[in-house]
Design a protein around this ligand. Structure first.
Ligand code: FPP
Length: 254
């Protein structure tokens, strides 16, 4: 009997990955939340049920990141390509920020979380935009975890927008062409002033970037898992962090 109890505890312990916060914790973690559709399909549910389940994972991951002292957490919630999805699915996805914030905003405020949006806001339905902008406004003075929602976000569009803005400054005589260096471009990205992600997590077994933070991910550590986003837990998140802590980052040096 004692042996069985001991075995139970060993198993339980194995499943829990805790993060050693004495080692370096990534300052910025970016996440491509993928696999909602497959999660739903495996249960014979409509795709939107996968997105609802995925929203619960967002809550868990925000808490997990906050608990270990991550400073910036970027979640890829909707890409500029996702408009090609069926109308009902797009409409559902556009309701999620509102739904999420209606239950979570008070807690985010309490936790000192600051909400930000990355992406083009103009095309968003007004209810989505309003919910997000209210959250941005209500949390703008918070200096805890910075929670960035990439919504209607495209990495190439972000670079184009930045370059166009710089070109306008050249046209206006404010800037010379030679002054367009990496720093100038970085400052004009949606993430201007925010450090580049240290770690990128992508779920669901897909091993690609899908137009996400193309400039910012140049030296980011990449971590992929087969786990579908709705099944992703705090344990998986901590596993990714622990793996990050085992890696040696060299930035091209030796
Ligand atoms: C990709 O999975 C997922 C999305 C395009 C949407 C992600 C959105 C959420 C997880 C909820 C966001 C919540 C808030 C609060 C904004 P997929 O649908 O492409 O999955 P599949 O590849 O299995 O079809």
């Amino acid at each position: 009997m004692l042996e069985r109890i001991a075995h139970f505890f060993t198993r339980t312990k194995k499943q829990t990955t805790s993060v050693d916060t004495n080692l370096s914790v990534p300052v910025h973690v970016a996440v491509i939340m993928d696999g909602n559709g497959r999660w739903a399909k495996a249960r014979s549910l409509p795709r939107i049920a996968g997105h609802s389940a995925g929203m619960k994972t967002v809550k868990e991951v925000v808490k997990a990141a906050d608990a270990i002292g991550v400073k910036y957490l970027t979640m890829y919630a909707f890409s500029t390509e996702n408009w090609k999805r069926p109308r009902e699915e797009v409409e559902f996805l556009m309701k999620l920020p509102q739904e999420f914030l209606s239950t979570e905003l008070d807690e985010l405020v309490e936790r000192n979380v600051c909400v930000k949006i990355l992406g083009s806001r103009e095309e968003l339905p007004s209810h989505t935009r309003q919910a997000l902008e209210t959250a941005v406004e209500k949390t703008k003075h918070n200096d805890g975890l910075q929670l960035l929602f990439a919504l209607n976000y495209g990495g190439r569009k972000e670079i184009c927008d930045a370059v166009q803005e710089l070109a306008r400054q050249v046209e206006a005589g404010i800037l010379s062409a030679e002054q367009i260096d990496e720093k100038a471009i970085e400052q004009k990205l949606y993430t201007g002033g925010i450090p580049e992600p240290d770690l990128l997590i992508r779920t669901s077994g897909e091993i690609r970037l899908s137009n996400f933070m193309l400039w910012q991910l140049a030296y980011t550590e990449l971590w992929f898992t087969d786990v579908l986003w709705p099944d992703f837990t705090k344990e998986h998140f901590n596993e990714a962090i622990a793996e990050y802590q085992r890696r040696a980052r060299r930035y091209g040096a030796v």
